[in-house]
Design a protein around this ligand. Sequence first.
Ligand code: IVH
Length: 680
Amino acid sequence: MEKKIIIEAKRLQKELTDHSFRYHVLDDPVISDVEYDYMLKRLIEIETLHPELSIPDSPTKRVGAPALDSFEQAVHSVPMLSLDNAFNDSDVQEFHQRIIKNLNRKEQIVKDPVYTVEPKLDGVAVELRYENGILVQATTRGDGQTGEVITDNVRTIKTVPLKLNATGKIPRVLEVRGEIIIKGADFAKLNRIREKNGENVFANPRNAAAGSLRQLDSKITASRPLNIFVYGTGLAEGIFFNSQADMLDALKDFGFPVNEHIQRKLSIAQVLKAYQFLEEMRETLPYEIDGMVIKVDDMGFQQELGNTIKSPRWAIACKFAAIEETTVINDIIVQVGRTGTLTPVAILEPVNIGGVMVSRATLHNEDEIKRKDIRIKDHVVIIRSGDVIPKVLKTIKEKRTGIETSFMMPETCPVCHGKILKEKLDRSTINRCVNLSCRAQLKERIRHFVSKKAFDIDGLGKKIVVQLVDEGLINSFADVFNLEYKKLVDLDRMAQKKVDNLLAAVDASKKVSLKRFLYALGISHTGEHAATVISQEFVSLDNIMKATKDQFEQITGIGAETAAAVYDFFKDMDHQSVIKAIFDSGVVISAGQPATWDVRDNYFKDKRIVLTGTLHQMPRTQAKKRLQALGARVTSSISAKTDLLIAGEKAGSKLKKAHDLGVETIDEDQFIKLFGKQHG
Ligand code: IVH
C-alpha cells in the first residue's frame, strides 16, 4: 500500500473526529456539513479498499456495522446498582443524618459532608469501556450484574467519544457510565416521521431511546437522535479521582458530555435549595429529568459508606412530585391477573400526562373505588410518577351532571364465569377467581413464563399466547415446549415462516439459567431480584426444592413473605408435577450462576475456591457472589481438587487441610488486592 494513502486515512480520521466533536459536543462547527460529508465519503472509500486502516475509533464506525443475530451478554466488572429514593426534604435530611452517623463510626469527625447534585436523567443507563483510550465495549445495565453488549449501536452516537481526548495520562481501563437520552424536540420529530410511515409511535423519549439502542442493525440506531450525559465510572485502572466533582471534570476533559446543571460541593442546605430550583426549571429543559441525584462528593467517604445489595449508601435520588392531569372515566372493566386477582381498571378518555398518552388507570380494588367514590363518567385527576402505573387520585365531584353510574364488582369471574372468593386483607378485600384452569389466569401465567426476563421466547407475544390458549394448544407451562407444526400452521394469521421461527425460538429457549427458570414460574413475591439472589445462593433447583423456609429467610435481601411463598410453592405436589412436566419436555437448566462463558479472563476464572474464616471487608456471601461473577466455582469443602483457599481471620481446620493438601492459600488482604485488580 502506498504510504500516501496511510497518511491520508490518518489525517481524515483525525480531522473528522475533531470536526464531529466541535459540531456535536461544542456546538461550534468550523466547516460546512457538505465538506464534512465529502471527507467522510473519501475515508469510507479508503477504508473499504484497505480494511486494515479501519481502526476501532475511526469516524466511519459511526455509520453502523453489519447487523447482528443477537446481543451478547457481558458481566459488569463492577455491578451497576440502582438508587434509593427520597420524595421530600425530610427524606433528604434523613439521608444526610445517616451519612454523618456512618462516617463518624471511626475516630474521624465529619460534621458537614459536601455533596454534588445532578439532574436525574430519564433515559437508558449504559456503560462504556475504554482500554488504552479506545472505546472497546458498550453495555446496557441489564439486571445490574450482566448487561447486553451494544457496542456497534453506541458507536453511532455522535457525542460518545470513540477515543479519549489525551490531555494527560490515558488510563489503561476506564469504564464510564451515563444515561442515553433523546431530547423532547427530537422525540416529537421522530414520532411524526414514524406516524407518517405508518409505524408505531413511541410512548415517551425513554422508550424511544431504549428501542433505538436495542436494534440488531446498528444502521437503524445511527438514524436515531440519541445523546448521552455521563455521571460516573465503573472499573478504573491507572486513574484515581478524589471527588465526584473531580471525576466529572476529568470526564469532561476526556471529551464526554457532562450535564451543565450539575452543582458541585454543596452544603445540605444548598442541596435542598438546588432541589427546588431544579424542579422549577424542569419544564424548561430540552430533555426529560425525573428528579435530582445527590452524591457525597468525597470519594474516600463514598468508599467508606459502601453499598447495600441494591444501591450505594452515598447517593440518593430525589424524585420530583408526580405529574397530574384531569380526564373522564369512560368505563370501568375488570381484569383477571396471573393469580386470579380481579382488578378494576378505569378506561379513560386518553390524556397526555407529561409527554405520555394515558388511556387506562388502575383502580386497585373494589374498596378503593368505594373509598374514593369513583363512578363511571366521573371527571377525575390522574397522576403518573416515574414508572408507576397511572392512578386515579380523586374524582371532581363539582363536575358531576347526574349521568354518572356506580361500579359493581361482578359476582362471577368475567372470563370463566367461575366462583369468586373474597379475601380479607388489612385494609382491603381482594376478589379472586379460584378456578385454576381459568383461561385469563392461564394466559397471564404463560405470558409471564415466556417473557423477556423469563424464558424469553421471541415470537410468543401477547396476541399469540392469547390465541394459543383460546385454541386449547396451551393448557400448561410444559405445553409451550410441545407445540406442533401441523397444528400451528392451520391457525389464523400463522404463515409457515412464522411457525418455523416460533418453533426455533421455543427450541432455543429450552436451555435456561436457574434464575430465569425461577422467575418464570411466577411465584408470588418473587420478582427478578429475588430470583437472582435465590439462584445465586442455592446454585441448583434441587437445592432450592430441598431447602427449608428458614434457609430462604437467612438470605440477605429476601423477606419473610418471599421466603414463605417460595417454600410453599415447591412443597406443593401439583407444582412439583408441573415442574417435572417442563423437564420432561426437554428443558434443561444451565449450570452455575452466572454463566462463565462471557467472563473476561481474570485470576479467579475457572478456579475451584473455598472461603473460610471471617472476612472484614465484605460479607462472605458477597465475596462468594463476586467470585462466581468472575467465573470461579465456590465450594464449601476442601479437597485435592481445590485450587485456592481464601482464609479470613480465625480460619481453622480448612486452613490446616489446605496446607496438608498443598492447596494455594491467600489471606483477606491478598484476596482484596487481587480482587481489586479485577475490579479496580
Ligand atoms: S448515579 C449506583 N447519576 O438513575 C447508582 N444515576 O435509579 C449510580 N440516573 O440506573 C447511578 N441520572 O440510569 C446516577 N446523574 C445520575 C443519573 C442516574 C439518571 C439513572 C441511572 C440509574 C438510575 C438509578
